[in-house]
Design a protein around this ligand. Structure first.
Ligand code: SF4
Length: 249
């Protein structure tokens, strides 16, 4: 499932309301430094080879045109979410694009929330960290508590160390949302990963946790999901400790 427009929507969801999406990746392909077994965009290797990234100017023009159109038609916009075909922070103009988006949001829909869905691999980098701190909801992924489990689920293309990501997440001082995909697998069945993952949540202290599971076709066949009730049981210790957790089954 690839988004073919830089700015798409608005689409309505119960969680986000009327939401515009921004895709900072190519219009006919996926670019990501992960290759998750569950990625809705498919495997990196199956991409169409399009590598043209939208520039800050492209995003500005497309977003302003869409916001003007929505405002003229009286269409509400509750949120603007960076959620494209890959990792948005790989766009070299990401910090500038965040500035432009916040400025356009303030001009046309000042109450709309700006969110960024990121795999957190680059969230500690200068420029990217500051940009993520400016948006309302930096939603940062950590799917597993150990490097070898991340290698199985997220298949990073470069070096990846959970310890580095944890260090970067702590710099947000709790002002971020941690997102974790719950999938069944060999190490998952034992439940040990949940204990280790919960220890990381306690350490990085996100203001909110989103746990979810697959709900569309995945590139890897045979993945098995949890029910919402099972996920609630798994995270119950954190709920008891007062963590705010959104569970999407
Ligand atoms: S991080 Fe997101 S875009 Fe990248 S492979 Fe994983 S699910 Fe797909």
């Amino acid at each position: 499932m690839l988004r073919e427009e830089t700015v798409f929507g608005p689409i309505f969801s119960r969680r986000l309301g009327s939401s515009l999406g921004i895709n900072l990746l190519p219009q006919k392909g996926k670019i990501c430094n992960f290759d998750c077994v569950y990625c809705e965009c498919g495997w990196n290797a199956d991409g169409l080879g399009d590598t043209k990234l939208p520039s800050a100017r492209d995003v500005q023009e497309a977003l302003e045109a869409k916001l003007q159109q929505c405002a003229a038609q009286g269409t509400p916009i509750d949120s603007i979410t960076f959620s494209g075909d890959g990792e948005p922070t790989l766009n070299p103009e990401f910090p500038q694009i965040i500035e432009i988006t916040l400025s356009l949001r303030d001009r046309y829909y000042p109450a709309a929330q700006v969110s960024v869905l990121s795999n957190a691999t680059r969230c500690g980098m200068p420029g990217i960290f500051e940009a993520l701190c400016k948006v309302d909801n930096p939603i940062l992924k950590l799917d597993a508590p150990t490097d070898w489990e991340v290698a199985l689920v997220n298949r990073p293309s470069g070096e990846y160390h959970v310890a580095s990501v944890v260090r970067d997440l702590k710099r947000f001082q709790g002002q971020f949302v941690l997102q974790t995909m719950f999938l069944r697998g060999p190490s998952w069945e034992s439940g040990q990963w949940v204990e280790a993952w919960m220890d990381i949540v306690r350490e990085v202290k996100p203001r909110e946790v989103m746990v979810y599971t697959i709900d569309r076709e995945t590139p890897m066949r045979g993945l098995r999901k949890y029910t919402a009730e099972e996920m609630r049981t798994l995270v119950q210790p954190l709920l008891n400790e007062g963590f705010h957790i959104q569970i999407k089954g």
